[in-house]
Design a protein around this ligand. Structure first.
Ligand code: BMA
Length: 886
């Protein structure tokens, strides 16, 4: 008998004894996060690795590859995806309590993707899905000292190629950067966007992307507790708890539930060896309801459930919860079916955006980065983000943040713009992934909707065309696979595990039946008539739609973000670098002047030209690209909101970026707000006054998302650019809660009767309650490029604050879309790109950690008249006074 066998026998004996002695820690876990090294499989050259992490970030931190996002570097590191990578570590178990546990398991919370796991030389598991957790019983291989854990990651691209070869037909996929015959992403359950998307690089990662822990337990463990809200009113919330327990033996046990540390239920029951499902009921008195951002608070409750065995707690499950009901209403109405979310019995207009991971390397997204993107959503008055199906099921921390901040989540399953391979193993793999993620995320109050996929159904239309040239038999096989997965397997899992959350098979979609194709009268739409179809936002809103879950326009990121990835020679819109970073290609538009395929950068110029006079200066072009993006979103959002109660949601594409690039994002990779984010913030305020011109009529709507009726006065005043009042009207109004009201509707020519120069006037509209301004908005009567702007004299007062500076700005004449900046510090303006109306004082906070004398005296601000020098006028009394530099 060798030493290992002797040790094994001792462990077995100890574990028998351990069941009946008092344990200090019934369920023990240790993190296997240190001492990792990695090597390319054939090289055997070991370098330190970070876990969780991925091969790209490990190569980068060891100085083996350049910054993947700098200039053209992405190309030089493509080789990584074709290699196999090995990660290994050794660990001791210094905790005797753990060693004597009856069950010892390694828990891999996320492996990317095809991995062989070896513990002390024995293969204990093979994996093939990035989106699930693997729990591996390892009791018989573990030893007290010197355990070697090795994980071999096979190239996802090479394995994908084998799978592709074994599939009877080409499975259509649009966005992956590879020739159609080599598109392997659909064969691998891994973030599709890692293979390249129309806003992101192709950097196909491998690695241990979520933590690895070793856990030991004896009698039984809680696998999950599902709390289902059966009924709620102001006195009581009644819950059903469905508890999943895995038991190592037949035994008696108790189960206790605490809400905010107060016991609400204790039951006794018999556990059988294996899986157990137990149900019990409890209630929470005087519940405080959880509301989406803008409609109330987000009280978070702690629900704590413990499994008790002979008076000892042997496992505890803690969840943070919010008490709320969310329903998707799709009943027939008018010419189609509604698509509307109802929260706690109230219909809520969804205001938000589509979300993509804020980095191509998921493990690099720190808590601070998650905080940043959710803050940007909350600050912009959003109440919903769509976790889009081409990326990942996000980190628990992300959903916790959305819970705390009232951001509802539309959760896609990870399928986008592609069809699904037919093989049984593949579909079984998906089933496990869906079950795992539904169980993991179902308790979050932020979870509003499960959606089967992004644009797969639209994709089907493409694939039947010439692109993938499938035979009728293969097409129908592909559709059967689709139907089985999205209309049977996934909804069945949701009915079983999360019946209180709605399921929508595909976005865009007309309904829950496969025959319900995208249709503007029912369901959600992706309105890409703008951008890909070159339509303006006014075109978009000329037709009413129920819920617009995607639409958008592109712009360049902030110049400071650009500088980090470029050289001065790259700074023109169709430079080699920007053609490289731009991933939205538009071959159907033909070739540009240089003979290159038209792309998003050309389209940006097209949109600029619609409203502005193009400029050769790069920084000015960036500014104009952001303004055209900003007005596009403003106009679309305002129009969508004015279509309430026909329309109940507007989610633009896309809030963030996964690398520094030119894209549809409103917050760039460095989280600098582009002009559109400021505009979105204002357009999503609960109360919106919306002056606009449609069919030669002047209309003014006031749109309220407020939960109560209010009264107030609509003022609409016509000014010239020097601030002279040409007309002034007011109308007292009572506004119904949660409604859109047309207050003014008149022929434009009647309103502008006697006014000669439509390019020198603006209409300033406000809605006020007594003296309190509740919202305001400005309407122009000509395109920005035609406006007769004049040289402004701008007074600026800068004062110190705890967080940076405060600017007070006043101009004698209109400054159209002032762009505030500070060359001596990096920071954040809480408002920017707004119109400085003559005579009005604007107060803007600037947040910076880089305060200095130079920063304080070097604020600049120019608008569309940026080529005109501003007169410097002596500042008035008060704090330190500066002029806006022109
Ligand atoms: C949508 C998305 C993405 C894409 C975006 C821009 O339809 O679902 O696949 O990146 O459009 O093209």
């Amino acid at each position: 008998m060798n030493i290992h066998k002797i040790f094994g026998v001792i462990l077995i004996l100890l574990s028998f004894i351990s069941c009946d002695i008092q344990e200090k820690h019934p369920l023990l876990t240790i993190d296997i996060g240190s001492g990792w090294q990695f090597s390319e499989e054939s090289e055997n050259v070991w370098l330190p690795a970070t876990v969780p992490g991925c091969v790209h970030t490990d190569l980068l931190s060891n100085g083996k590859i350049p910054d993947p996002f700098y200039r053209f570097n992405e190309d030089s590191i493509k080789w990584i995806e074709t290699k196999n990578w090995v990660y290994k570590t050794t660990f001791d178990i210094n905790n005797e309590d753990l060693l004597i546990k009856k069950h010892i398991e390694l828990v891999f919370k996320g492996l990317d993707t095809y991995a062989e796991i070896l513990l002390n030389g024995t293969k204990i598991k093979e994996t093939d899905n990035m989106f699930v957790e693997y729990v591996v019983d390892c009791k018989k291989y573990i030893k007290p000292k010197g355990n070697e854990l090795k994980i071999i990651f096979k190239s996802p691209v090479n394995i994908g190629k084998q799978k592709l070869k074994n599939h009877p037909y080409l499975v259509p996929a649009i966005n992956e950067y590879a020739p159609d015959s080599l598109k392997t992403s659909v064969h691998t359950r891994k973030a599709p966007y890692h293979y390249g998307w129309d806003w992101g690089p192709r950097l196909v990662t491998s690695g241990i992307w979520r933590p690895v822990v070793l856990q030991g337990w004896n009698i039984a463990k809680i696998n999950d507790v599902h709390y289902i809200l059966d009924e709620v009113d102001s006195n009581v919330a009644r819950y059903r708890a469905e508890i999943l327990i895995y038991s190592g033996k037949n035994t008696k046990a108790n189960f206790e539930i605490l809400v905010n540390d107060k016991p609400v239920r204790e039951i006794e029951f018999h556990l059988k060896k294996g899986e157990n499902e137990i149900k019990t009921y409890f209630s929470v008195r005087k519940p405080k309801l959880w509301w989406p951002n803008g409609l109330g608070e987000q009280p978070i409750y702690k629900f704590e459930s413990s499994l008790i065995h002979y008076a000892r707690k042997i496992d505890t499950d803690v969840k943070t919860m919010g008490i709320r009901n969310v329903a998707l209403i799709t009943e027939p109405e008018g010419d189609g079916n509604l698509f509307k979310f109802r929260v706690n019995g109230k219909d809520v207009f969804m205001k938000g955006a589509n979300y993509i991971p804020p980095d191509n390397f998921n493990t690099r997204v720190s808590k601070a980065r998650y905080d940043g993107v959710i803050k940007a959503a909350k600050d912009a008055n959003m109440n919903m983000l769509r976790v889009w199906g081409g990326a990942i099921y996000e980190d628990d921390y992300f959903y916790d943040l959305c819970d705390k901040n009232g951001i509802l989540i539309w959760q896609d399953f990870m399928f986008a713009c592609a069809m699904v391979p037919r093989h049984k193993e593949h579909l079984e793999n998906i089933k496990k992934e869906v079950e795992y993620n539904v169980l993991r995320l179902r308790h979050h109050p932020c979870l509003a909707l499960w959606c089967g996929n992004n644009e797969n159904m639209v994709m089907q239309g493409w694939s039947l065309g010439k692109k993938f040239n499938l035979s009728p038999e293969d097409s129908s096989d592909m559709m059967n696979t689709y139907e089985k997965l999205f209309h049977q397997t996934i909804p069945d899992i949701i009915t079983k595990y999360n019946p209180t959350t709605a399921y929508w098979p595909t976005s865009p979609g007309g309904g829950t039946d496969i025959e319900d194709k995208q249709n503007v009268r029912s369901g959600d739409v992706h309105d890409w008539w703008g951008w890909f179809g070159k339509a303006t936002a006014h075109d978009l809103i000329s037709r009413r739609q129920r819920f617009i879950s995607e639409y958008g326009l592109q712009s360049f990121p902030d110049i400071k973000t650009i500088q980090k990835i470029s050289l001065p020679e790259d700074l023109f819109y169709d430079s080699k670098l920007f053609d490289y970073k731009q991933r939205s290609l538009m071959p159907w538009l033909g070739l540009d002047a240089k003979g290159n395929t038209m792309n998003g950068n050309d389209m940006i110029q097209e949109y600029i030209k619609m409203s502005y006079s193009p400029t050769p200066a790069f920084a000015d072009m960036v500014y104009l690209s952001q303004l055209s993006h900003a007005y596009f979103l403003k106009d679309a959002i305002e129009g969508h909101r004015s279509h309430k109660p026909y329309c109940w949601g507007s989610l633009y594409w896309q809030i963030d970026d996964c690398w520094p690039t030119v894209s549809w994002s409103t917050v760039d990779y460095d989280y600098r707000w582009k002009a559109p984010h400021y505009f979105v913030k204002k357009a999503y305020e609960n109360l919106l006054v919306y002056p606009h011109i449609i069919h030669d009529s002047l209309k003014i709507h006031v749109i309220s998302d407020l939960p109560d009726d209010i009264s107030g006065t609509l003022h609409f005043t016509l000014y010239d650019f020097d601030g002279n009042i040409l007309k002034n009207n007011a109308s007292h109004q009572r506004l119904e809660k949660n409604a859109s009201k047309t207050i003014i509707s008149m022929p434009l020519k009647d309103y502008l009767d006697n006014i000669n120069n439509r390019n020198k006037i603006y209409l300033y509209t406000t809605f006020a309650h007594k003296d309190e301004l509740l919202c305001d908005n400005i309407l122009y009567f000509d395109l920005p490029k035609n406006l007769q702007l004049s040289k402004p004299v701008v007074d600026q007062i800068v004062s110190d604050t705890k967080f940076g500076y405060q600017l007070k700005i006043k101009s004698n004449t209109l400054v159209k879309n002032i762009q505030l900046d500070n060359k001596y510090s990096d920071g954040f303006f809480d408002d920017n790109y707004f119109d400085v109306l003559p005579g009005k004082v604007y107060s803007v906070n600037y947040y910076t950690t880089q305060k200095s004398d130079s920063a304080k005296v070097n604020f600049t601000g120019t608008g569309l008249e940026r080529f005109i020098k501003t007169d410097i006028k002596p500042a008035s009394a008060g704090a330190s006074k500066k002029k806006v530099k022109k």
